[in-house]
Design a protein around this ligand. Structure first.
Ligand SMILES: Nc1ncnc2c1ncn2[C@@H]1O[C@H](COP(=O)(O)OP(=O)(O)OP(=O)(O)O)[C@@H](O)[C@H]1O
Length: 359
């Protein structure tokens, strides 16, 4: 029986795991666009947006950064402010519960300041409407009083650049999305890019790592710099305690085996889901709740924490009839599918259909 785990317990979670990790992350953040590794297209486009604004002596267009957790949105927002030589104000959608909260932030911005709003898709609706006007006209209407006596007092605000970040670009209302002059979609990183990130972080953390060791850590990092940095720190711990502190291929493999992160970046929960699907249900199709019970987890944990990566890796398919292990999953766990195992492709493996009730 596996111990239940939630997303935050996981070494391979893309979410930051607390204030301690945030301090380390801050130390590892590249400070200039030139030091930001990967995301070539975004970097080039952003460089043009920023430098042409600097040339013209204007505040640049508002920027929307969309992409999964841990891909470098906060890092890019900090870089934008640094490249412009302007201060950065940081807030987030969930922290802005009322329009007044946003007015308080906007009215105290200095000219050219960069305002970073993380998780912008989670902002309260009235604040969102105030933001439209602020982004377009650098003006807000502050409503004073209540009921029929309420009056809107227009307030000019200093021209600023908004950098919004979202993991769910599709959830942003059209009028908000349209007010960003530049939208950057951040993709998962290639192993070669992550390898450079691991080498750079190792230098900053004063860890000696071989090229093959760095490649091994990178290859298990699920395309995500935050996970790469976390795995590197765990491998470093292992190297310090069990060896002389240096990381080579063999040591990286031994450390990651101890932390139960396999060569494709799957951890214990991911493998438990696949193993159960194959061993107990012949590869599926099986409903989400049944699958979750079989691994001792809540359906939500399986759906939100394990499945997206398994689907992205082509190891699991979500079909209208339930979850199905793909041939790649059988191969990955070294199991042989029974002759009756379904072929995922024949079950209309459409991700969108996964939300439909299962039979
Ligand atoms: N391109 C990159 N080059 C080097 N390091 C990077 C890069 N992108 C991210 N990192 C590192 O990964 C960690 C996480 O990045 P960051 O906090 O910017 O991600 P995020 O997308 O804002 O995550 P979240 O959505 O969870 O807030 C940081 O330590 C950062 O230094």
């Amino acid at each position: 029986m596996t111990e239940p785990m939630d997303g935050h317990d996981r070494i391979v979670s893309a979410d930051a795991d607390g204030p301690e990790e945030e301090v380390i992350e801050a130390a590892l953040r590249p400070k200039k666009l030139d030091d930001f590794i990967g995301q070539e297209r975004v970097r080039e486009q952003l460089s043009l947006v920023l430098h042409s604004a600097l040339r013209r002596g204007r505040t640049p267009d508002h920027v929307l950064l969309s992409g999964g957790p841990g891909l470098g949105k906060t890092t890019l927002a900090m870089i934008i402010a640094a490249e412009l030589g302007r201060p950065l104000r940081i807030s987030s959608g969930p922290a802005i519960e009322r329009a007044g909260d946003l007015a308080a932030v906007l009215s105290t911005l200095s000219e050219g300041e960069v305002l970073f709003l993380d998780e912008i898709h989670r902002m309260a609706r009235p604040a969102e409407e105030m933001l439209y006007m602020a982004m377009e006209d650098f003006r807000v209407d502050v409503v004073v009083g209540k009921g029929p006596g309420a009056t809107a007092i227009p307030l000019d605000i200093a021209p600023f650049t908004l950098v919004g970040a979202t993991t769910r670009a599709g959830m942003l209302p059209g009028p908000l999305r349209d007010r960003f002059g530049f939208v950057a979609h951040m993709d998962f990183y290639e192993p070669a890019e992550l390898e450079v990130i691991v080498q750079r972080s190792a230098r900053l953390l004063d860890v000696e790592i071989s090229d093959a060791g760095a490649a091994e850590v990178a290859g298990r990092s699920r395309g995500t710099p935050r996970i790469a940095n976390r795995l590197l720190r765990r491998v470093r711990d292992y190297a310090e305690v069990r060896a002389d502190g240096a990381v080579d291929l063999e040591l990286a493999r031994a450390a990651l085996k101890l932390y139960e992160v396999d060569e494709r970046g799957l951890d214990r929960l991911d493998r438990a889901v696949l193993a159960s699907l194959m061993r107990k249900f012949g590869g599926g199709p099986v409903g989400l709740s049944t699958l979750a019970v079989s691994v001792g987890e809540e359906p939500e944990t399986v759906e939100v924490v394990a499945e997206p990566f398994l689907v992205r890796q082509g190891l699991l398919a979500r079909t209208p009839r339930g979850r199905v292990a793909t041939p790649a999953a059988w191969a990955h766990l070294g199991l042989t599918p029974p002759p009756s195992a379904p072929m995922a492709g024949t079950l209309f493996a459409l991700d969108d259909d996964a939300d439909r009730p299962e039979q």
